[in-house]
Design a protein around this ligand. Structure first.
Ligand code: ADE
Length: 344
């Protein structure tokens, strides 16, 4: 370090692979256009298969959702949410949706194939299930950019965890599973009839962390029941107070902690004890095998502020995360051209 060219000069291939190219393909796509290769994963209403498109021979991940299961488990709106969000989004660190279609039995999502599979599995192969600090910084940074993009488009992700992060063949990450995400309705005064990307994130009631005084924002602040994954839930979600995009910065803190310490900070024997820890227990850092800087501990502490308004990111969003001293040496615009630490 310190001499020679920075490593992003050596990584044309990775940069090429990670850039987002939304391919325009004929929309009349059907199941018989694909050959099933193998099962990649199972969810509660469907399965994900590795498939090859006939003719082009390109690989995709096809998510097959059973309509009967969707009905039985009351998951229709979740599937629609996922489709709506994936269709609207286009970012190198979000999994790309190429096609959707249906038969009488199933709904199909044809997604970008991520050869490295779940980040979670890659992490498990590491000694102690931990990363070195500079490696963690890389993945936390990529997730930060993905969340920033979602927030600017008024989408709260709400389900960050290593299982929902996929690794592309390039080694860069792709967030997936948007069925728990929440999209803000457009404020009536800004309605332009354009139902796509929000050109200016600040026009939204809640995307910029403004006080919750706007009636439209208040309506939106999700009165939702508890959503997300136990150990990753933010205090305001557990309290059922309604929540805004700051929940995603909380989960980023949990994620960063897990990458460095091999476990989440508030985990306990059962759900109630875990929740009690999240609400009341002060954050502590165990003695770790690898050296862990005070800077990253400060970063995690600021993300895991129990009070939403005091949390890093609560006022100016991702800008506050990106300018934290832990990222001082990081060239944000070049992130997608850098060589990732773990190559699948
Ligand atoms: N598992 C779930 N979705 C996947 C994808 N898009 N690529 C690889 N594995 C997956």
């Amino acid at each position: 370090p310190g001499s020679g060219p920075p490593d992003y000069f050596l990584t044309m291939r990775a940069s090429f692979a990670a850039s987002t190219v939304r391919r325009i393909e004929p929309s009349a796509v059907a199941p018989e256009h694909f050959i099933k290769i193998k099962l990649l994963g199972k969810g509660d209403v469907g399965k994900v298969y590795l498939v090859r498109r006939k003719g082009t021979n390109k690989l995709y991940a096809a998510k097959v959702l059973s309509k009967a299961e969707m009905l039985k488990r009351n998951k229709i709106h979740r599937v629609l949410t996922e489709q709506e969000i994936l269709t609207a989004c286009n970012h190198p660190f979000l999994v790309t949706l190429y096609h959707t279609f249906q038969t009488s039995k199933n709904v199909y999502f044809v997604l970008e194939y991520c050869l490295g599979g779940e980040f979670y599995r890659a992490l498990q192969k590491r000694p102690g299930r931990v990363l070195r600090e500079h490696e963690a910084r890389f993945y936390v940074a990529e997730v930060t950019l993905a969340l920033e993009y979602l927030h600017l488009n008024s989408i709260c992700y709400r389900d960050l965890k290593p299982e929902n992060i996929l690794m592309h063949a390039s080694g860069h990450i792709k967030l997936t599973d948007f069925d728990l995400s929440k999209r803000a309705p457009r404020r009536p005064s800004f309605s332009t009839g354009f139902d796509g990307l929000n050109p200016n994130g600040n026009e939204w009631a809640w995307a910029n962390g403004q006080p919750d005084t706007d009636a439209y924002a208040r309506d939106f602040r999700t009165n939702s029941f508890v959503v997300g994954t136990e150990e990753y839930l933010a205090p305001e979600v557990i309290r059922g107070e309604g929540h805004g995009v700051a929940v995603d910065w909380w989960t980023l803190g949990i994620f960063c902690y897990e990458l460095l310490y091999g476990r989440t900070p508030f985990r306990s024997k059962n759900r109630n004890l875990t929740f009690a820890n999240i609400l009341r227990t002060d954050l502590s850092f165990p003695i770790a095998h690898n050296p862990i800087s005070t800077t990253v501990r400060h970063f995690i502490r600021r993300l895991l502020a129990k009070s939403e308004s005091k949390r890093l990111g609560a006022k100016q969003g991702a800008h506050e995360i990106k300018t934290h001293p832990w990222f001082k040496s990081l060239a944000w615009p070049l992130l997608r051209n850098m060589t990732p630490p773990m190559i699948p």
